[in-house]
Design a protein around this ligand. Structure first.
Ligand code: HEM
Ligand code: HEM
Length: 197
């Protein structure tokens, strides 16, 4: 059969919308982490000329992230693909088999529906931590109109520390995600660009 015809018939692993959104929120999260860590403790290694350029980068990335995150949540519910991302009972049952394979105690690669339990748990981490990052970030940005949130956090300094702690959590999740991405083989990596494995 003609290859193009075959590609047309095959269902993509990642739809165009999912891929476009991934390549909006992923660089935004990475830029927020990079510029945020500079804002917390400026150092030459980050490559920013000064605080102003780091703040500008954070500003652009933070609002791109908010848009892309909300759009992804909407798309997840509209297409019901949140079921692929969030763990279920089967994910928990598969966890010991997955951990044994990751710890090199089992050489046969287990098969899972779309995402492995590790990726699913990391994605759930993003689903929980990104809203907290966005809420604390908005309260830091709109200090006058978000005073109630600042009060809940017991002051601006605690709010800033909370935003920083959540950023650490997100950085760990990203590291885990990239570990799985780069150990799953080139075909999986390719699929987030082309849609197909
Ligand atoms: C994954 C997303 C994000 C990460 C990893 C992140 C990380 C950080 C970090 C580490 C800091 C430095 C905190 C400190 O001073 O110790 C910071 C500052 C800040 N972030 Fe975020 N952030 C993210 C998203 C957002 C969002 C969505 C907003 C707002 C809508 C936001 C608004 C701010 C503001 C206003 C500051 C203070 C900047 C300044 O002092 O000039 N951040 N962020
Ligand atoms: C350069 C950095 C990154 C690369 C190369 C990358 C690569 C990938 C790949 C290959 C997949 C598909 C995995 C599969 O099919 O099994 C994926 C999915 C995903 N990635 Fe990333 N990623 C990156 C950064 C990020 C960041 C920073 C986030 C933070 C939110 C993130 C969140 C996700 C999510 C939520 C999915 C599931 C997408 C969906 O089902 O629509 N990625 N990524």
């Amino acid at each position: 059969m003609d290859l193009t015809l075959k590609l047309k018939r095959k269902k993509p692993r990642h739809s165009l919308v999912a891929r476009v959104l991934h390549w909006l929120y992923a660089p935004s999260v990475l830029t927020c982490i990079w510029s945020g860590f500079y804002i917390n403790r400026p150092a030459k290694i980050y490559g920013f000329r000064n605080m102003n350029s780091a703040q500008k980068a954070h500003f652009i990335a933070q609002f791109t992230l908010i848009f892309a995150f909300l759009a992804r949540v909407y798309y997840a519910f509209q297409k019901k693909n949140y079921k692929e991302i969030l763990p279920n009972r089967q994910t928990i049952q598969n966890l010991p088999r997955f951990v044994r394979y990751e710890l090199f105690l089992n050489s046969k690669k287990p098969q899972f529906p779309k995402y492995n339990p590790g990726q699913k748990l990391l994605f759930t981490g993003f689903v929980l931590l990104l809203p907290l990052q966005i809420l604390t970030g908005l309260a830091l940005y709109f200090q006058d109109s978000w005073q109630k949130t600042t009060k809940i956090a017991k002051g601006l300094n605690y709010l800033r520390q909370l935003h920083f702690l959540v950023a650490l959590g997100n950085a760990i999740l990203v590291a885990g995600h990239l570990y799985f991405v780069f150990t799953q083989g080139f075909k999986t990596l390719k699929s987030i660009f082309t849609g197909y494995k």
